[in-house]
Design a protein around this ligand. Structure first.
Ligand code: GDP
Length: 195
């Protein structure tokens, strides 16, 4: 897809009403610091439209990016940041669930997992929420450039096993640095829009 325009259109806080969009939505979920902003910027060819920061956990909102006036990228709040209170973490969870549960335009969910690490309990919970809401998430394994090529298959297998992925689930290794995986992700988005 050629990205002609991309802008942050709506920012929803914990208690805000979700927008009544009439364009298809593609959502991105993952724990803080997994590389979600970098992925969104990489897909949109923007340097800093989505925030990338050294302060994980800052995004407590659901952000809707209008892409080409044709679809929305929905940036779900990063979870699992150790320094926030249990109460705030629970609120984020509710917010994410509310979105997953009540979004008729949501066509595809990407769940981001750092390719270097075995998924956390929060990752497993997020995966289960997505599946329980009727979506089959695509797993994007981020920071691909940070491991040796010879490690890739082994790590993908560990992630698959820990999340207990539904057989046939697509996993896409991605690097924001080399952009490896970018075309594959866009192909999937385009296929989804065509359905
Ligand atoms: P977010 O909290 O999930 O939005 O994560 P960010 O996109 O802000 O990324 C967190 C940190 O990881 C930043 O320092 C990024 O530069 C770095 N990062 C993200 N993706 C990659 C990647 O593919 N390769 C490398 N080497 N670093 C990455």
């Amino acid at each position: 897809m050629i990205v002609k325009s991309a802008e942050l259109e709506t920012v929803c806080g914990i208690t805000s009403k979700l927008p009544d969009n009439d364009l298809p939505e593609i959502a991105f979920a993952g724990k803080s610091n997994v590389g979600k902003s970098s992925l969104i910027n990489g897909l949109l060819n923007r340097k800093s439209l989505a925030r990338t920061s050294a302060q994980p956990g800052k995004t407590q909102t659901i952000n809707f990016y209008n892409v080409n006036k044709n679809l929305y990228f929905v940036d779900l709040p990063g979870y699992g940041y150790a320094k926030v209170s249990v109460e705030i973490r629970a609120k984020w969870g509710k917010m994410i669930e509310r979105y997953l549960h009540g979004s008729p335009q949501l066509k595809k969910v990407f769940l981001l997992i750092d390719i270097r690490h075995v998924p956390s309990e929060n990752d497993c919970m997020m995966y289960d929420w997505i599946v329980d809401n009727g979506y089959e998430p695509v797993i994007i394994c981020t920071k691909l450039d940070k491991i040796k090529r010879s490690q890739v298959q082994k790590n993908l297998k560990l992630i698959r096993e820990k999340l207990d992925l539904v057989p046939g689930t697509t996993m896409i290794p991605f690097s924001a640095q080399t952009k490896q995986g970018r075309d594959e992700i866009w192909n999937l988005i385009e296929e989804t829009l065509a359905q």
